[in-house]
Design a protein around this ligand. Sequence first.
Ligand SMILES: NC(=O)c1ccc[n+]([C@@H]2O[C@H](COP(=O)([O-])OP(=O)(O)OC[C@H]3O[C@@H](n4cnc5c(N)ncnc54)[C@H](OP(=O)(O)O)[C@@H]3O)[C@@H](O)[C@H]2O)c1
Length: 247
Amino acid sequence: MTGTRSVVTGGSSGIGLATARALARAGSRVDVVGRDPERLRAAAADTGGEALQVDLTAAAQRAGLAERLAARPPDILVHNAGRGLVADATAADTGQGLTALLETNVRAPVELTTAVLPAMLARGRGHLVFVGSIAGVLGVAHESAYAASKAALMTYAAGLAAEVRSRGVVVTVVVPGVVDTPFFERRGAPYDRVFPRPVPPALVAERLVEAVLHDRATVVVPRWLHLPIALRALAPGLYLRLATRFG
Ligand SMILES: NC(=O)c1ccc[n+]([C@@H]2O[C@H](COP(=O)([O-])OP(=O)(O)OC[C@H]3O[C@@H](n4cnc5c(N)ncnc54)[C@H](OP(=O)(O)O)[C@@H]3O)[C@@H](O)[C@H]2O)c1
């Protein structure tokens, strides 16, 4: 990790901030991408990298970041920026919420990967990390569009991994459960369940960095979430009955 350069999108808050700090502690020079200039500056001061103020829902700003990444490809690119969307399946969407969701959670990581990949392939190394969500694996009531955006991201990463692994570029998908960050306040629906208890963002960051160091394809945090994943795969009917009953 020492001497590497990393870029973390959404590095100004929550999981991204914890990840940027963990990568910096491991010896990487980390640039952070986000919107809030104050929090970005504070994050960059922690990581010794640059604060890149980019709104990933703005096409021109995405293109600017893509150009920069293509010209100066990092060793590690963490696609972490994301937003939630809580809405009943019957709720009419004016289009804006859904568009911002898909642009931030899907379009930006795909476009930025497309920009950086040729240089990574040319030098035969590079690491792309995608922060997905357990919602994208299991599906969650009242969050179906958010879950679908994360499923799209993780499926994209799976295809990408198969395409580039033999050419030296490693892809890691991180699948967090509930994490204690401002994510819930920001989506306008605080997390109010007793179970599962949120895990600290530092734990996700620690497992993410470990996964990069060991070239792991997938990491699920916390580990017990492998249980519902396996149950849904093996007994989808039973899983649906339990999910309907317990949420
Ligand atoms: N918290 C959870 O329970 C949980 C669970 C599973 C997966 N995740 C995923 O983990 C990732 C990080 O979420 P978090 O929990 O750390 O939430 P968070 O604290 O709200 O952080 C979200 C980050 O994404 C950035 N971001 C959002 N929209 C952006 C945009 N349009 N342009 C640029 N940056 C943007 C934010 O930047 P600014 O603050 O500068 O706007 C912030 O740094 C997300 O992809 C989320 O879906 C979270």
